[in-house]
Design a binder for this molecule. Sequence first.
Ligand SMILES: CC(C)(COP(=O)(O)OP(=O)(O)OC[C@H]1O[C@@H](n2cnc3c(N)ncnc32)[C@H](O)[C@@H]1OP(=O)(O)O)[C@@H](O)C(=O)NCCC(=O)NCCS
Length: 181
Amino acid sequence: MTDRQRAYPSPRLLSSADKLDSFKCQSVMQTDWLRNIARRAHSTNTARVYVVTEPDSPIVVGYYAWCMASISNAEAPKRMLSGAGRYPRHPVALLARLGVDIRHQNRKIGMSLLQDVVRRAAEISGQIGCLGLLVHAETEEAAKFYTRHIADFKQAPTNSTHLVLMLRHARKALQNQPQDG
Ligand SMILES: CC(C)(COP(=O)(O)OP(=O)(O)OC[C@H]1O[C@@H](n2cnc3c(N)ncnc32)[C@H](O)[C@@H]1OP(=O)(O)O)[C@@H](O)C(=O)NCCC(=O)NCCS
């Protein structure tokens, strides 16, 4: 059986047994972050890191990192602020990093990571105030990955690489996409 035919496991929290050293994606920034920063960020809880490994192996082939954040009035799409109160900043979850190893690209790992974080954002919004999911894409090209998979991602008015998915749209996206794994 080839790698391509074997199913990848669903995204899960980074563990101490996971191997990060061989990870290499198309972005140097996303690669270096996983190799050098992810463990510290995860253990200090400044970000939570979720990974996909090779089947039956601790070798990480895809990941994302996210944390709590806030969005300013200027950065938020107008519709998001309807009824949100007159505060200078509003609560969101921030998808800060996402990458898939170049040797495992185009096998829907990126999509499964994106679906996973959208599902988790929808879940936690039932427990803590959260208006949506903010994505800091590294480049305009990278931003297209998100809008291609979930059309309801809107550009922040202040920055074309910052994308916002309102929570009600996140729930809709989950209904429209099959659960991974
Ligand atoms: C972008 C990235 C995460 C995609 O991962 P992947 O596992 O190869 O993606 P998937 O297999 O789930 O999805 C592939 C689909 O997305 C499309 N896609 C991939 N990168 C894209 C991009 N930059 N823009 C638009 N579409 C893109 C592919 O054409 C493919 O389309 P299809 O399903 O219609 O055939 C990966 O290429 C990567 O790590 N890139 C470098 C880091 C990066 O850009 N991170 C994201 C923003 S910070």
